[in-house]
Design a protein around this ligand. Structure first.
Ligand SMILES: Cc1ncc(COP(=O)(O)O)c(C=O)c1O
Length: 420
């Protein structure tokens, strides 16, 4: 085993063919030659990423001709295999073909986009909704369009990368507070109290790696005190949390209190795309200013139709969410009962903390050999020495599949001395 597996680290050594000394001009490709960690892991048979799937079943995938139980996908309601979504997508295929080929701004807006925006605004209890080609682009669009030169963004340190990249693309100032630590957030808000510019507190509703839920009631209170807006990226909560699946605002009884909800169609909606729900003037502003919205092709009709069908199902069939939550509780209880640290998750994302990177990769490999398709989360995706296996279940996992997952985690954990 290598002493340390870090797929993002670039080794500090000369690239092939390079010469030492000041006369040598730097080549922008040098870093690519120096990046050897992925090859090393592949040579050792412990490279866990980009595993090609050749088929999908309920709770399973086929890889290299072998059927494996999948854990860690975001198909929370299990709708990717629902024939009604597939029929809805193929019905519009005949009308609109394979692509919009143009930006929403120019030739790419379909009546279907507007129908989805109206329907989602109703579902989210918002004045308006704008949809995007991915959730990532939605977050980039909202944050970069809104945060101007004097504005200050307050980010939970563990926010998703799309929010961070939105801040980098904006002209605003970024302040990071410790994860879910509202005292730290207040300290920062207080420090900036006399400064000009608007403020926005930005947080994941459910954090994608830990499964933690943001303390929205506390955030809303601080926002009121310090005159800040609140934006919540609810990618992992829409369709999942709240009495009717409307996400973390509903979970906390705060519907109508959150200024902006950013979402995705690539998880519970079993499609692709993203959205922002909020006040009409804000949505209109983003629509006319956000470069990652204006300068990219519109969401294809098939994805819009599948999303609309998923929304119908979310609104009328609570049994999928109920089954998801029951499966998640079984998985959480099972893994926690074995002695794993699951970071106190309360959601269908159940992290299993292994700790050191190398052990986590070995653990992943043993799970893989045991017929479990999953992936490890290593730094910088998680803090140092907090590497983990991100598990989650879907509404379509059977109880037997959940139990089989727990059984493999039990065996592997004991074999590797992670649990007693
Ligand atoms: C919290 C969060 N926000 C946004 C996204 C981006 O969503 P999309 O897949 O639609 O680009 C993700 C996806 O991983 C996510 O976890």
């Amino acid at each position: 085993m290598p002493d340390h597996i870090d797929f993002n680290r670039v080794q500090e050594r000369s690239a092939p063919g390079s010469t030492n000394g000041a006369s040598r001009r730097d080549d922008i490709f040098d870093k690519t030659h120096a990046f050897t960690r992925a090859d090393e892991a592949m040579a050792l048979g412990v490279y866990p990423y980009f595993k090609p799937i050749s088929g999908q079943g309920t709770g399973t995938v086929v890889v290299d001709g072998r059927e494996m139980i999948i854990t860690g996908s975001n198909d929370y309601l299990g709708l990717t295999q629902d024939p009604r979504l597939q029929e809805a997508a193929s019905a519009v295929f005949d009308r609109y073909g394979t692509s919009c080929t143009g930006s929403r701004f120019l030739t790419g807006t379909l009546e279907l986009h507007e129908e989805l925006e109206r329907r989602l605004a109703g579902f989210m209890g918002a004045e308006a909704v704008l949809t995007f080609s991915t959730g990532f682009l939605g977050a980039l669009s909202v944050i970069s369009a809104l945060a101007g030169r004097q504005d200050i963004l307050y980010f939970d340190r563990e926010n998703h990368a799309c929010l961070y990249d939105g801040a980098r693309l904006s002209f605003g100032t970024l302040r990071k507070y410790r994860h879910n630590d509202l005292e730290d957030l207040e300290r920062l808000l207080e420090k900036d109290a006399g400064k000009p510019g608007g403020r926005m507190i930005v947080t994941d509703g459910v954090f994608s790696m830990s499964g933690h839920v943001a303390d929205l009631p506390g955030i809303v209170e601080l926002a009121r005190t310090y005159g800040a807006r609140v934006a919540v990226d609810d990618a992992h909560a829409t369709g999942v949390l709240g009495a009717s699946g409307r996400g973390t605002p509903e979970h906390f009884g705060l519907q109508g209190e959150i200024d902006l909800v950013i979402g995705t169609f690539s998880k519970s909606f079993a499609s692709v795309g993203g959205f922002v729900a909020g006040p009409e003037p804000v949505v209109k502003y983003v629509k006319h200013h956000a470069r990652p919205f204006i300068f990219t092709a519109a969401l294809p009709a098939m994805q819009v139709a599948a999303t609309l069908k998923a929304l119908d199902i979310m609104e009328t069939e609570p049994q999928h969410r109920e089954k998801l939550l029951a499966n998640a509780e079984r998985l959480r209880g099972g893994l926690g009962g074995l002695g794993y640290d699951t970071l106190g998750s309360e959601t269908p994302i159940v992290p299993v903390v292994i700790g050191p990177d190398d052990l986590t990769v070995i653990f992943w490999k043993a799970l893989w050999e045991g017929g479990v398709f999953t992936t490890p989360a290593l730094p910088p995706g998680v803090p140092q020495n907090q590497s983990l296996i991100r598990t989650s279940v879907n509404a379509t996992h059977t109880t037997q599949q959940v139990d089989a997952l727990i059984e493999v985690f039990s065996r592997v954990g004991r074999d590797l001395g992670v649990i007693g």
